[in-house]
Design a protein around this ligand. Structure first.
Ligand SMILES: C[S@@+](CC[C@H](N)C(=O)[O-])C[C@H]1O[C@@H](n2cnc3c(N)ncnc32)[C@H](O)[C@@H]1O
Length: 213
């Protein structure tokens, strides 16, 4: 997702370092100082306009959430939504590339990773850009304690099939797989922007949970 260029986005982001962390490198290994507690940290890579990570932070006040988004024109929409909320002390945003996670986090900083409606990159030559490629799984594993989990939702069947293979080839244990999440939608499911869009068109939503061994 890349919204129309917003020349004001950077200024707006810089004006709100309490939400979009300005120097995330400086928090590496010390995210508990940023949040003021030792609660688990869950990270969504490719957070888009933020509906999921905001909903999760509201639903689970004892978990700290970090939404990571590459484009300032997109994360600024998430920022606006955060600022509309009364108070979300357990949520931060990072305007960075998920491939650089090790610059901002060290082993044990993250206890769970969420990937929602990640860009499918259907061409084989772009497979390394998929957020469920082995290179990304290696990164996530490096930053989580043993037994860390990746939770993934998508409307894209090809990406879902690829991710099932990629994760099992990587030696992860699949704990949950649904080929139609909304056929029996869990009460605590927080829908993302894309999820609502595809569900409205009647498309099935695929979901999995996988654990590093
Ligand atoms: C298709 S959108 C889905 C947004 C949201 N998760 C949802 O479900 O509504 C994918 C988002 O991931 C972001 N993204 C893709 N690759 C990324 C990366 N390597 N690091 C950070 N964000 C990334 C894109 O900019 C885009 O906003």
């Amino acid at each position: 997702m890349r919204l129309r260029n917003k020349p004001w986005a950077q200024d707006y982001i810089h004006a709100h370092p309490e939400v979009v962390i300005a120097n995330p490198e400086s928090r590496k290994g010390k995210w508990y100082e940023e949040f003021g507690n030792h609660n688990p940290v869950h990270v969504e890579v490719g957070t888009g306009k933020g509906q999921f990570v905001i909903g999760m932070a509201r639903q689970n006040p004892h978990i700290n959430y970090i939404g990571i988004e590459l484009y300032d024109s997109v994360i600024v929409v998430a920022l606006e939504k955060v600022l509309e909320q009364e108070s979300l002390p357990n949520l931060r945003l990072l305007n960075v590339n998920g491939k650089d996670l090790t610059e901002y986090f060290e082993k044990g900083d993250i206890s769970q990773v969420y990937l929602n409606f990640s860009d499918p990159w259907p061409k084989t030559r772009h497979a390394k850009r998929r957020l469920t490629h082995a290179n990304f799984l290696t990164l996530y594993k490096e930053l989580m304690p043993e037994g860390g989990e990746v939770h993934f939702k998508t409307d894209n069947r090809g990406l879902f099939e690829y991710s099932l293979m990629s994760m099992t080839d990587f030696g992860m244990k699949l704990q949950f797989v649904s080929l139609d999440l909304h056929a029996n939608e869990p009460e605590d499911n927080v829908r993302t922007e894309y999820e609502e869009k595809f569900a409205a068109k009647g498309q099935p939503i695929y979901r999995l949970e996988a654990k590093f061994k």
